[in-house]
Structure formats: C-alpha cells, structure tokens
Design a protein around this ligand. Structure first.
Ligand code: FES
Length: 156
C-alpha cells in the first residue's frame, strides 16, 4: 500500500510546482524504489500535469521504474568489451543463481537484475555492478560465491 501522506510530503516539498514533477518522481522513486501508480496519479492531480505526460516520463527515463525494484540493483555490462569477454555467460549465471530473468526482481525484493551498456570500466571487463560496488573480471563460475557474499551482507 502506498502511504499517500508520504507522497503528499514530497509534492509539498516542491511547492506543488508542475515545473518540478521530475524531481518529485525522483523522490518517490528513492522512497518507494519505484513509482507506484497511485503516486503518479497524486502528482498529476495536485500539480495539474496530465497523467499521460507523467507516465511517458516514467517510462522514458531509465532511472524510473513503474515496477518495484530490489534493494540492490545488479547490472551486467553488455558493452562490446564486456560482451566479448563473456558477459552473456555471466548474465546467464546470474539468472540461474537468482532464479529470475534479466529485467526482473527476486521475489524477496532483494535484487533486480538488469543489463547496461558500457559502464566506462572496459579495462576490467567483464564488469558487473552490485549496488555501488564495481566488480571486474567476473567469471560465470564465480557468480555463486559473489552472490553468497552479497546475501550475507544483506543479513548484517
Ligand atoms: S564495455 Fe563493459 S565497461 Fe565498457
């Protein structure tokens, strides 16, 4: 359930100004880890920005998600350097390990798996980022060990 009071507090913070709907959506995304439909409608109703326009923004910008995202985002770089050094195998290993497909979130809400283009660390290819951490030279057979570490960190 979306706590509409929290959404209202965000809208108030930006003075209900339609010029700042992207900032409002960013705050909602940060707080709820996605943009719930009810929040989108509330921003629309209170700022007067058409719902369709907000929906378009939510789907256009990669930073926004209409579906709940996991606590940690796992991004597999599929840029050329990473691709030729085995990124597809790493992605497949992560899908197996997490039991989800690319673009999905684990049922426990811990991890979202996505593919990205070059993250600018080609010298470390293939690269996976988990939360803020950049992991280079990842081999598919190391994936279970890497994920074990992150699962344990999550329990601390
Ligand atoms: S291609 Fe993966 S970091 Fe550049």
């Amino acid at each position: 359930m979306v706590d509409i009071k929290r959404v209202d507090a965000i809208i108030d913070k930006w003075d209900t100004d339609p010029e700042f709907v992207i900032e409002m959506m960013q705050d909602v995304q940060d707080e709820f880890r996605h943009i719930p439909r009810k929040a989108l409608e509330r921003i629309s109703d209170r700022t007067g920005k058409p719902r369709g326009k907000l929906f378009h923004i939510a789907t256009f910008y990669k930073a926004f998600s209409l579906e709940p995202r996991g606590e940690k985002e796992i991004q597999v770089c599929m840029g050329t350097a990473c691709y030729v050094k085995g990124a597809p195998d790493v992605l497949a290993a992560l899908e197996r390990e997490l039991g989800i497909r690319s673009g999905e979130t684990t049922p426990d809400g811990k991890f979202t798996l996505t593919e990205v283009r070059c993250v600018g660390a080609c010298g470390l290819a293939p690269v996976v980022t988990i939360g803020d951490e950049v992991i280079g030279g990842v081999k598919s057979n190391e994936v279970p060990r890497i994920m074990k570490r992150f699962r344990e960190e999550g329990r601390e």
